[in-house]
Design a protein around this ligand. Sequence first.
Ligand SMILES: [Zn+2]
Length: 427
Amino acid sequence: MSGLTVTGATLDGTTVGVRCVDGTIEAIGPDVTPQAGDETLDAGGMPLAPALVNGHTHAAMTLFRGYGGDLPLMRWLQEKIWPVEAKLEAEDVYWGTRLACAEMIRTGTARFWDMYWQPEATARAVEDAGLRAHIGGPLFDADGRTEETKARVLAELDALAGSGPRIELSLAPHSIYTCSEELLRWAAETAAERGLAFHIHLSETEREVSDCLAAHGARPAAYLDRLGALGERSVLAHGVWLDEAELETIAARGATVVANPAANMKLAVGGVLPYPAARRAGVAVGLGTDGAGSNDSLDLLSDLKLFALCQRHAAGDATVVPAAEALAVACGAHAPLLRDHSLPGAVKTASELLAPGAPADFLLLRGDGPELGLGELASDLVYAACGSVVDTTVVAGRALMRGGAVEGVEEIVARAAERARRLGVGI
Ligand SMILES: [Zn+2]
């Protein structure tokens, strides 16, 4: 079977080739050469790196980039975001997601975890863009419409059932403070029955913790556990205020926590994910951007720097997260659910993700540029680089970007801007 073969790439100081067949790495190493019929790509010595995994975002919120960004969280949601979201059409979500995908391809992300309205439009955009995504329409019933929400989500799951191999589905309750206990239990049960992920915002603000204690007599993770919602397919975005007992429970249940340092700092939640304690407890940790409305970038390499810096700063300890470990977190190496649970064996480092049988999701980097030209690659990637160092993005064995240019980006930006103006948020 023919595929894509990349030749002349540099990995850990060695010149290697990578052969991709059917979306998977078939072979990687110094002796790998193209087979008859393969498309070939000469890396010209560029460093090879695994693609990044954005563990939490709301892709179509690119439409709301720069809109009400100086307001505090609840005023931003109530006065700006929720009123325009009430007017959303499928085409808005489609073009907002295409814009997000273009930005993620340009900055080296191959796979993202999404929570947003009209997930069929998100799936169509992801299919057209060539990325991989885990998609779930958000669940809310703070307005008391529990049954309508369940019916909508079941209809969305049915409509998405025929999605291609690059798309997986989740149940995505927005949070413990916008969903009733009944809806959370139902979402957890439905996710378990169907073998789907359960993706939720958890412990983002201190007030969420105090309200949860007052309403349920338990902290947020303990409350979710009581509802049967913590398991190996649970993804908890934020986790800023998790305490040690909650982290132990999360580790014991095999759930994953996703740090979103840029959004946390922009929304001034007053803390960071307690990463050292999470690691000590054995929690699977990934990195996310959150939506463009609250970040406002989807450049995960930029957020990787923030992640490493805020952890060092919060701990008062410059050794708390070595660069290679931070990079591995951004590639999903420490969170099997986020990347690809089919990858054989335990993975500790970023380059172990590049192995036969692994998804063919990788990057070629501008190794001779100012950011990566000197010094140790992992350290440069974390502290000196941003997404502009990515030259080539390969996802599922297909080059979605070569030479730093994403095909069709001008039209995507123009169409997204048109949709934003239609919603009244553009200029
Ligand atoms: Zn979010």
